[in-house]
Design a protein around this ligand. Structure first.
Ligand SMILES: *Cc1c(COP(=O)(O)O)cnc(C)c1O
Length: 426
């Protein structure tokens, strides 16, 4: 850890907290974050020459693992033609056609540069389209660091949001109503009393930023029905789940159709990209043909489009989802068995290539439940795994990701390391 440590010391002097995104700092699990020198397939190599099996996958994007030859080739071809044009380019059209073809509800799409931009723009569009100001979000769902979405539930029955970060004005937060996830009645009640003020409901259909929470039967259908009834725009934030839980994301998996969808992560193939799309009728409210302004100097950047197109084509040509699902099941059931045989309370929610560890007795249905988990147990387990060559996300509120580059040998090695790491509870 010598090289990582000295880099971190240097970084802390000139980058706040030494990192460019907070969870990378290992604050919740303790210790010094490792710095990565390079990555290939399922493995990271740190600047201290340690090899780690990676279950963070750059926080979701790396569904093909690291440095996939096809993606590298596509970027390199694009690079030879120039890095940015500031005019329309052919790759943007190809990318839009792919997204429209693969994501069921998307009829038109606009590219941007991050998931945060995608959700921010989708919300502005929903407001411009409906002429209403308020939005509903759910506790525990993360939608990027947009002001109006960095809001937590207020106290009491009234659901007006409170800022969840310094620097977010209370007056902005007041435009966001925060309700519990998986509780359809609270949505029905809120819309019954104030639907004429509500522009949109934004939801991570499978919340994956507070650990992993699965929707109860009928919940997403219920949101769809209520939004249709009250003329509220339903936004699925599929920045995480899009192309990870199937080519068409959660909407394909469940057959439930949102009005707008936010995308990011996988569609950039490892470069910075976001996108939002949906019904023509709504999308055509965007500038330059509609009144809702949205723009970006580097939006549709040719390198990012090339990486994204290559990534999506790989998924389309040989969908890895069945294999990912079976690896997900193997790891989650392995973990559950190991914990059970030792009498350690552990929940391992899993869907496809996503799973997480909640050290608690009962299934986590709402964000509140996840706060009851024993985070100190997760932190101990995280560090035990890291020591043995496994990189899990450095917070119990994050989700583990498996990539198509993970092989049988990675999974069996991982199960061995899990088994050994349980010794941290002895
Ligand atoms: C990561 C994420 C975002 C934010 O995307 P960035 O590219 O980090 O801005 C938004 N919503 C969800 C569900 C995410 O997982």
């Amino acid at each position: 850890m010598k090289n990582s440590q000295s880099l971190f010391e240097r970084a802390k002097k000139i980058i706040p907290g030494g990192v460019n995104s907070p969870v990378r700092a290992f604050r919740s699990v303790g210790g010094t974050p490792f710095f990565t020198a390079k990555a290939s397939g399922s493995r990271l190599t740190t600047v201290d020459d340690k090899e780690l099996i990676d279950y963070v996958c750059t926080w979701g994007p790396a569904i093909h693992g690291h440095d996939h030859p096809k993606i590298r080739e596509a970027i390199s071809d694009a690079l030879s033609k120039g890095t940015s044009f500031g005019t329309p380019g052919p790759a943007e059209v190809e990318m839009a056609e792919l997204i429209v073809e693969l994501v069921p509800s998307v009829e038109k799409v606009r590219m941007c540069n991050s998931g945060t931009e995608a959700t921010m723009s989708a919300i502005r569009l929903a407001r411009g389209y409906t002429g209403r100001d308020k939005i509903i979000k759910f506790a525990g769902c993360y939608h990027g660091h947009v002001d109006s979405l960095l809001v937590k539930a207020g106290s009491g029955a009234l659901t007006l949001g409170n800022p969840d970060s310094a620097g977010v004005p209370a007056s902005f937060a007041a435009e966001t109503l925060v309700l519990p996830y998986n509780d359809l009645n609270s949505v029905a009640d809120t819309l019954a009393s104030s639907s004429e003020q509500v522009a949109a409901i934004i939801v991570e259909p499978y919340p994956a930023n507070c650990g992993l929470i699965l929707p109860m039967d009928g919940y997403l259908e219920g949101l769809r029905t209520l939004c249709s009834k009250y003329g509220v725009v339903l936004i699925f934030d599929e920045v995480m789940t899009g192309f990870r839980l199937g080519l068409g994301g959660v909407q394909e998996r469940t057959g439930i159709t949102p009005d707008l969808t936010a995308l990011g992560k996988i569609i950039g193939g490892g470069l910075p990209v976001g996108a939002f799309g949906g019904k023509v009728e709504i999308m055509d409210h965007l500038s330059p043909i509609g009144p809702v302004y949205q723009a970006g100097t580097l939006s549709g950047n040719p390198l990012a489009m090339a990486a994204g197109i290559a990534s999506l084509k790989l998924l389309k040509e040989s969908p890895p989802y069945d294999r990912l699902e079976s690896m997900g099941r193997e790891l989650s059931s392995g973990l559950k068995d190991m914990a059970q045989s030792r009498g350690i309370p552990l929940q391992v929610p899993q869907v496809g290539s996503m799973f997480c560890l909640f050290f608690c007795e009962n299934p986590v249905v709402q964000f509140e439940d996840s706060t009851q988990a024993k985070h100190e147990n997760f932190n101990a387990f995280f560090n035990a795994c890291l020591k043995r060559g496994l990189y899990l996300p450095p917070s119990s509120y994050e989700t583990c990701f498996i990539s198509a580059a993970h092989q049988k040998i990675d999974i069996s090695k991982t199960l061995e390391i899990f088994e050994d790491s349980f010794s941290c509870f002895c």
